[in-house]
Design a binder for this molecule. Structure first.
Ligand code: OOB
Length: 992
């Protein structure tokens, strides 16, 4: 045994033996057992060869004997570089039987990598194909041998020349020394992050468990037929469950030399294949082929997809288009395997990367300081367990950083855990590019690039790529402006770098964005490179200021009625009514992707980290000095809290950067547009509408009533009773449950906004008129406000009393509010929560609570309010604050995660904008997010109101229903519809 290896501590190893994970057998002995149990059944089909289990075992025996005869044995290493074919399977198993570890390398690897692996592992022999896909592997082996004294022998499949012919390796079986089942069976290549490759030592016992357990989870049995389409040197098709897992199940393996549909589809049909595995980049190619190919794929039961993140949209196409189930596999050659289960709901199968396969997979998700993150949050995945290595092969120094002192492997993957315990891969911390499932260590390419005479410094970064998942972009700092990608390719080819590691794009830079400690900031670099959206010169708004005489609310209302564009958003804040008109650019974010559209151009990428994704996308816009207007739907909170959500298509955050803008204050207007003509046109419209003539609304109007008392009332009371029972059972403390009420006839949103605003003193108000969707509302509070200087503040309101009819009554009710212990206690809980949420994104010492328990008057009620604020920590952007504080606790409950979950379970349909936010965000970092509660909505021709009540343990269904009735009636009082003849006039509703 190699003593430079870190293995499991003895006590831990003993538990793995005791629990039966580690069977005391070598892989060679496992093969013998399979042959004894399944003897005459077909084990392997490769080309026109078919071997039964008994034949396979016998062939492996003969090959092992021959290799033994050539002095290869226990404790040796042998480099194996072969395509998917019979010799690869025979050689691997024969070496395992001998106790000589095969070093499993893909055929794509070239001299540089093989030489490095050779120097590291000192193999005594190598086994290669003569030629594969036009490449002369025999010549490559000779070059390796020339620099590697340990390499005594080259074995060649095919034309062997002066070397040992594989075909000649055949000898009568002999008794062989028995390897220790807990010694190294084989060495896998790590995806790696370093400039030199790392080898992963897998023992007989752990690898056998790996394959056996993976086979169970994948539903493999003796009737299964597994197609190995990916290169078998890879852990996925080799043992996860792959070939070895199929053998454990007694099934049949079929080898395909390449994963293309031209080769695999006929094999699936001919061999009645039931299971196969692909990397995500191949799935669309298979799906596409199905559009015209009608090969019989009816036998296929399960398509496993892993190696890189599979997007849910593609995942969802697999069953309808290929007729089989999809199973996501998140694995690593270092060990840990996660699978979605075949009987999991779609929410898990399509949207997660599955659960760890073993109860003793000890997984931690940690932040940058190594502390466990809160449930549902993303962090780095650490893992140890019965089949996860404790150290790389001969890499003592590196192991000290790649593993924690208590033996966890630092995967470098950024994951979060869903409520069901499944992991979602959100991104990556390690410096690697995952190009179509093939891992490229950035450092390896960078080290090589700086050897180029024209390159002084280089950084390789991953860019989103619709075809490959990710592509590699080389950023180089150098002296030759004529340096191009073709030259880089020539340079890397000459250094035998395999083609898949060549950069897909070259960018010449004249400086680097740096991190605080002076390293190249690759995230910032990526953000810089993102936009093919960039126009040569970013657009600037032309601005024009005007004096106005009309009241800004009235003028804003008239402008909204003027039909300036089919997309218009009005946001009122601190005496300013700001109107965004038209669409210059828009951002849409759903569970899966962020998409940005700018004119004719569109770019979208997988959503990894929410705050940087939104920030980067907006930063990429070739527009200066913008203000974006938009909406965040309540269900965005489910993502922030790691709750599953089946609906990937609904846009959770939408932002529009307008073509034109008008910002109104008392006495003054600011007009903005991209051309003088646009600004002139705005000025002209404004001039026409700006008068202090009292009537605002031209149409005669009449008030509209909605059935606030009864609609859904029984259902609502049942829902309240169920949630109160959960609160009493201690599942959470408080939840806001709401009901929707349809507005029976079409109201006019603009007029109703105006009337409602007249009757209200909101913290914010808004009017959204977008194609297919409108809303207007009056916010009692903001979800959060972020200033351009990064000051985050939030105003939790909890505790409410009416204003009463007289000033005396108001102050009596106020006194009551300030002394009611329940109200004060509830308020204190909200303030504490805000404080904690700020702590997650702000500099701790800066956080403060001001205006503690002051009174906010809103419409006909008064609330207990406080304000908590803090300074954004370095590296955090306004969206970090948004992610931490959204949704408002007032609209969800306490604790947030449990209450959001309860809302999802009890309420009949997604809330959409209700209890979400209408917001504006400016290019200088200012963000202002209004809480949407008192509002009305219109979508697809339907109009509705929605209101909720906060439930606690003492709540009763009847009382809470009444509360929703009161709230709904409050909004309803200001709904107006155009009428042919009526006297009602909204301005009569205008109290102040
Ligand atoms: C598999 O193994 P490796 O060693 O080539 O790569 C492991 C890395 C993981 O650390 C992760 O970064 C990425 O590949 N990865 C995935 C993924 N599966 C692997 N990222 C997102 N989603 C997934 N489903 O790739 C591997 C080994 C055994 C089975 C399957 C894949």
């Amino acid at each position: 045994m190699d003593h430079t290896l870190a293995f499991w501590p003895p006590a831990v190893a003993q538990t793995y033996r005791d629990k039966g994970y580690w069977e005391p057998l070598t892989l060679g002995e496992q093969l013998r057992r399979w042959a004894e149990t399944h003897g005459s059944r077909t084990a392997l089909v490769a080309g026109d060869q078919r071997l039964s289990y008994a034949e396979l075992d016998a062939r492996v025996d003969r090959l092992a004997a021959a290799l033994h005869g050539r002095g290869i044995g226990l404790g040796d290493r042998v480099l194996v570089q072969l395509p998917n074919d019979l010799p690869l399977v025979l050689t691997t198993l024969a070496l395992c039987r001998l106790g000589a570890a095969p070093i499993m390398v893909m055929t794509a690897l070239r001299e540089r990598e093989l030489a490095a692996l050779g120097a590291l592992a000192e193999p005594v022999a190598c086994v290669v194909q003569d030629r594969f896909l036009g490449f002369d592997h025999r010549a490559l082996a000779e070059r390796i041998q020339a620099g590697l004294p340990s390499l005594r022998e080259i074995v060649v499949v095919g034309e062997a020349g002066p070397h040992t012919a594989f075909a000649a390796l055949d000898a009568e079986p002999v008794a062989l020394p028995r390897p220790d089942p807990e010694s190294i069976a084989l060495l896998l290549l790590s995806g790696g992050t370093t400039d030199v490759p790392k080898l992963i030592p897998r023992t007989h016992v752990d690898y056998a468990y790996n394959a056996r357990r993976a086979a169970e989870i994948s539903g493999l049995d003796a009737d299964s037929v597994y197609l190995a389409a990916l290169p078998v040197a890879h852990n996925f098709p080799l043992a996860s469950p792959g070939i070895l897992g199929t053998f454990f199940a007694g099934g049949q393996v079929v080898l395909a030399r390449t994963p293309g549909f031209d080769e695999t589809f006929p094999l699936i049909a001919a061999e009645r294949v039931t299971h196969t595995a692909l990397v995500p980049a191949l799935v669309p190619l298979w799906l596409q082929a199905r559009e015209w190919d009608d090969t019989d794929l009816s036998s296929l039961q399960v398509l496993q997809v892993g190696g890189a993140r599979l997007d849910a949209e593609t995942a969802a196409r697999i069953r309808p288009e290929l007729g089989c189930a999809v199973q996501q596999v998140f694995g690593m050659a270092e060990g840990l395997l996660c699978f979605t289960h075949l009987d999991d709901p779609d929410s898990v199968v399509l949207h997660t990367q599955g659960r760890p396969m073993c109860a003793d997979d000890d997984v931690r998700i940690v932040d940058a300081n190594g502390h466990d993150v809160a449930p549902g949050e993303a962090g780095e995945l650490l893992v140890r367990g019965p089949y996860t290595i404790r150290g790389y092969y001969r890499a003592e120094t590196y192991n000290r950083t790649a593993f924690t002192s208590d033996g966890y492997y630092r995967s470098g993957d950024k994951v979060r855990r869903t409520a069901e315990g499944a992991l979602v891969v959100e991104g990556r911390i390690k410096d690697q590019i995952n190009r179509a499932g093939e891992k490229i260590a950035a450092a390896e390419i960078e080290t090589l690039l700086v050897e180029h005479p024209a390159i002084r410094e280089a950084a390789l970064v991953a860019l989103p790529d619709t075809r490959l998942g990710e592509s590699a972009c080389a950023c180089v700092l150098g002296d030759d402006p004529a340096l191009d990608l073709a030259e880089i390719h020539r340079f890397l080819a000459a250094r035998e770098m395999p083609r898949h590691k060549w950069p897909d794009r070259l960018e010449l830079v004249d400086g680097w964005p740096l991190t605080a400690i002076g390293k190249i900031d690759k995230q910032a670099l990526r953000a810089r490179l993102q936009p093919p959206l960039t126009r040569p010169t970013p657009r600037d708004y032309i601005e024009h200021r005007l004096r106005i005489i009309a009241d800004p609310l009235q003028l804003a209302t008239r402008l909204a009625q003027a039909g300036l564009d089919d997309t218009l958003t009005l946001y009122e804040r601190d005496g300013e009514w700001s109107l965004g008109i038209g669409v210059a650019a828009r951002l849409d974010l759903n569970l899966e992707r962020v998409r940005i559209r700018y004119g004719e151009q569109e770019q979208s990428w997988a959503l990894e980290d929410f705050p940087s994704a939104v920030d980067n996308a907006l930063a990429a816009l070739p527009i200066n000095n913008w203000r974006a207007y938009g909406m965040a739907r309540f269900e965005l909170a489910r993502r922030f809290h790691g709750l599953p959500d089946a609906d990937t298509r609904t846009e959770l955050l939408q932002l529009v950067v307008p073509e034109r803008e008008i910002r109104l204050r008392q006495g003054e207007a600011l007009l903005r547009g991209f051309s003088q003509q646009a600004v002139d046109h705005l000025a002209e419209t404004l001039g026409r509408l700006d008068s202090n003539h009292p009537e605002t609304i031209e149409l005669p109007l009449r008030a509209v009533q909605a059935p606030v008392a009864h609609e859904n009332s029984e259902e609502y009371q049942r829902m309240v009773a169920a949630a109160v029972a959960e609160i009493q059972a201690g599942q959470y403390q408080k939840v806001i449950l709401s009901r929707r009420v349809a507005i029976p006839e079409r109201i006019d949103p603009v007029t109703s906004y105006f009337a409602g605003r007249c009757n209200n003193t909101p913290a914010r108000s808004f009017l959204v008129l977008w194609p297919g969707f409108s809303a207007a509302g009056f916010s009692p509070e903001t979800v959060l406000e972020v200033s351009a200087e990064g000051w985050v503040s939030t105003q939790p309101l909890a505790g409410t009393r009416a204003l009463g009819e007289t000033p005396e009554e108001e102050s009596a009710l106020r006194a009551e509010l300030l002394t009611d212990l329940k109200e004060v206690a509830e308020h204190a809980i909200s303030v504490k929560l805000s404080f904690e949420e700020l702590e997650a994104v702000c500099d701790r010492p800066s956080i403060q609570v001001s205006e503690l328990m002051s009174i906010a008057r809103r419409g006909s009620v008064q609330h207990l309010g406080s304000r908590a604020g803090g300074q954004l920590a370095p590296g955090a952007n306004p969206w970090h604050a948004f992610q931490s504080l959204f949704p408002a606790v007032t609209a969800s409950g306490i604790p947030k995660r449990e209450s959001i979950d309860a809302i999802g379970r009890h309420e009949r349909q997604p809330r959409g904008l209700y209890s979400g936010s209408v917001l504006t965000v400016d290019s200088d970092g200012t963000l202002d997010a209004a809480l949407v509660l008192r509002a009305f909505y219109e979508q697809d021709g339907k109009q509705w109101l929605q209101a909720g009540a906060g439930l606690i343990a003492l709540s009763t269904p009847q009382r809470e229903l009444q509360e929703t009735r009161e709230k709904l009636a409050g909004v309803c009082a200001n709904l107006f519809a155009p009428a042919v003849a009526a006297n009602d006039h909204p301005e009569e509703a205008c109290a102040s």
